[in-house]
Design a protein around this ligand. Structure first.
Ligand code: PBG
Length: 326
C-alpha cells in the first residue's frame, strides 16, 4: 500500500494518537547522575564551564544522593577530587579517600535505595594527570592494572555496587573482575568504559576535576574518534573479560556506535552524555538561541533511541523534573 491509500500523517494527527505510537519513552529510570566530590572543602563550588553543576564537599553528598532518588533517578556515579596527588595515584585506593568516604556515607543512609557507581581511573589522582603509571613519558599498561585492582576493591569495600573503569588500559576489566572476586566481591558489577574516545568534548570535565594531562594527550590509550570497528572490538573484549555493562563515550557524536554495539551484542549498554555536550547546550540556552528543556529531552531520547539502556548525564536531575512536568 502506498499513497493515497496509505497516509503516514493519520497516526500523527492528535497528541493522544502520537502518545500511542511513540517508540521510545525516556524516563528518569534511564538516567545516571554524575557527582563530583571535592576533598577538603565545606561549601559547594559552582563549576564555571558547567552551569548548574558543583564540586560538592563530602558533607553534602548524602543530601544530594537523596535528592537524586527523590527525582526517581536510580543511580549516581561518583568522581573524586583528592587533596593529594602523586606519581602513581595512590590516593585513589586510600581506604579513607574522598570517593570511599562518600560511598560509605551514601550506603549507610540510603542502603539499596540508590545504585552507587564509582569511576575507576587515576587521572584525578596522579601528579601528571595521566590515567596510568609512567616510565619517562610512556604510560605503562600492566603495572597500572594492579593499581586499578586496588582502587576497585577499595570502592567495593566502601559499598560500591558497580565500579566503572575509565582508563582504557588493556586488560583492565579482567584485572578488576579478578581483583574483586579474589577479595570476595563477586556481586559487585563492572561497567566498562569500553569505547571511550580521545575526545575534545571532555574539556569542561578536566577543568572540574583538575585532571588534564600535564604533557601530551590521551591518544595512546583512548580511542581515535575516527574508528568504529575498533570500538566493536573493544566492546567484545570487555564482554569476554567479564564486563556486566559496556559503555560508549561520548554519546551524541557517537550514536552510530551506540546503535552498532547494541545491535551486534545485545548487551546492557550505557552512553555517556559528557561534559562538553552539556556545556554546549547550556551556553546556547544562555544566549536564548534554543529551548533548553526541549533540546535536552530530544537529545536524551535520541541517545536512548539509538540503543542506550542507560545514559550518564549532568542533565539527569533537570531532565527528571521536566519529565515529571510533561
Ligand atoms: C577519567 C574520566 C574523564 C571523563 C570521565 N572519566 C576524563 C578524561 O578521560 O579525560 C570525562 C567525562 C566528561 O567529560 O563528562 N578518565
Amino acid at each position: 500500500m502506498t499513497f493515497p491509500a496509505l497516509r503516514m500523517r493519520r497516526l500523527r494527527r492528535t497528541p493522544k494518537i502520537r502518545d500511542l505510537v511513540r517508540e521510545t519513552i525516556l524516563t528518569p529510570n534511564d538516567l545516571i547522575f554524575p557527582i563530583f566530590i571535592k576533598e577538603g572543602t565545606s561549601d559547594p563550588e559552582p563549576i564555571h564551564a558547567m552551569p548548574g553543576q558543583f564540586r560538592l564537599p563530602l558533607n553534602k553528598v548524602v543530601k544530594e544522593a537523596k535528592n537524586v532518588t527523590s527525582l526517581g533517578i536510580p543511580a549516581v556515579i561518583l568522581f573524586g577530587i583528592p587533596v593529594r596527588k602523586d606519581e602513581t595515584g595512590s590516593s585513589a585506593y586510600d581506604k579513607d579517600g574522598v570517593v570511599q568516604q562518600a560511598v560509605k556515607a551514601i550506603k549507610k543512609q540510603l542502603e539499596n535505595k540508590i545504585v552507587i557507581m564509582t569511576d575507576v581511573c587515576l587521572c584525578q589522582y596522579t601528579s601528571h594527570g595521566h590515567c596510568g603509571v609512567l616510565k619517562g613519558n610512556e604510560i605503562l599498561n600492566d603495572p597500572t592494572l594492579e593499581i586499578l585492582q586496588k582502587v576497585s576493591v577499595s570502592h567495593a569495600e566502601a559499598g560500591a555496587d558497580i565500579v566503572a573503569p575509565s582508563c582504557m588500559i588493556d586488560g583492565q576489566v579482567q584485572a578488576i573482575r579478578k581483583g574483586l572476586d579474589h577479595a570476595g566481591f563477586t556481586n559487585v558489577a563492572v561497567m566498562a568504559y569500553s569505547a571511550k574516545h580521545a575526545s575534545y568534548f571532555y574539556g569542561p570535565f578536566r577543568e572540574v576535576a583538575y585532571s588534564a594531562p600535564s604533557f601530551g594527550d590521551r591518544r595512546s590509550y583512548q580511542m581515535d574518534y575516527a574508528n568504529s570497528n575498533e570500538a566493536l572490538q573493544e566492546v567484545e573484549l570487555d564482554i569476554k573479560e567479564g564486563a556486566d555493562i559496556i559503555m560508549v563515550k561520548p554519546a551524541l557524536a557517537y550514536l552510530d556506535l551506540v546503535y552498532r554495539i547494541k545491535t551486534k551484542f545485545g548487551f546492557p549498554t550505557a552512553a555517556y552524555n559528557v561534559s562538553g555536550e552539556y556545556s554546549m547546550i547550556k551556553a546556547v540556552a544562555e544566549k536564548g538561541w534554543i529551548d533548553e528543556k526541549a533540546i535536552t529531552l530530544e537529545v536524551l531520547t535520541a541517545i536512548k533511541r539509538a540503543g542506550a539502556d542507560m545514559i550518564l548525564t549532568y542533565f539527569a536531575k533537570e531532565a527528571a523534573r521536566w519529565l515529571a512536568e510533561k
